[in-house]
Design a protein around this ligand. Sequence first.
Ligand code: ADP
Ligand code: ZN
Length: 317
Amino acid sequence: MTHREDKRTPLPGDSAVIGAIEAGGTKFVCGIGSPDGEIHDTISFPTGKPEETLAQAIDYFAGRGVQAIGVGSFGPIDLRLGSGTYGFVTTTPKAGWANFDFLGTLRRSFDVPYGWDTDVNAAAYGEAIWGAARGLDSCVYYTIGTGVGVGVYAEGRLLHGLLHSEGGHLRLRRHPDDPFAGSCPYHGDCLEGMASGPALQARWGVPGHELAPDHPAWEIEAHYIAESVAAAVLLLSPRRIILGGGVMQQEHLLPLIRQRAAASLNGYVAASELAEGLGEYIVAPGLGTQSGLRGALALGIRALEREPAGLLPQSGL
Ligand code: ADP
Ligand code: ZN
């Protein structure tokens, strides 16, 4: 994807070769990019057993002279600097991946600086630099897909804390016409349990893309996403909210979510950005389906900029 207008003034090092990995629970996308944000080549393959999947990524990057690699991974992941398990995927129920040393496995093949964050934090970062939140110092990125994930970019940095946001697992006010118990193995009726692609399928017996736009499923789907978006507005006060992931390919969903989020907030948050029915505020990704990969590239670029001098504080970004 080419975004010529995004190009900043070339700097020394702009010819650097940066690897990017969007590590999803269903598929991996790897790419080669440059510091201007261009992705020059990509490959995609299903997420299988961890060692075999990473071997495919390593094969792809081998011999290409990558100078840094950025990874946006499904999680939960350990991204606490100084932790003994930094760079690991931690408690995922995904078979074989719990407590897997993701970055360590890559490091054994490529001794380069690494950027490491969640897939959704990476996507928020990509959108903040080159996409729908360009020029803003905060945004929240949602993926509504196989799972529901929330990435938070705030005051110009990716938000970390105990771990990272797990906003996909918030419990929300139940839709009054919804008896569904929810599909999250941990919480039942959290956002992911009520609104992910698999939750849609479990509730209605068919996958989301087979449900007609006027099916009652979408009103319920919009309710949960809107409740969560309203909570994000109240809690984090982001300048923009970006909704991505496979389920959001249902284009009629975005206007429904805007309506319901506006109704939920009920005019309380007095920011001009929320005018016009939230049309400029709750938006689709500016980078299409590439938010995660471009964000991973941005993490790689940042890792390269920080090495070897270490001039920037390791602030936990
Ligand atoms: P992942 O979350 O695995 O990275 P996606 O974001 O594509 O991948 O999400 C996949 C989920 O989204 C599946 O549960 C699928 O049923 C659902 N999905 C994909 N495309 C559509 C669509 N056009 N309409 C509704 N649901 C969709
Ligand atoms: Zn949950």
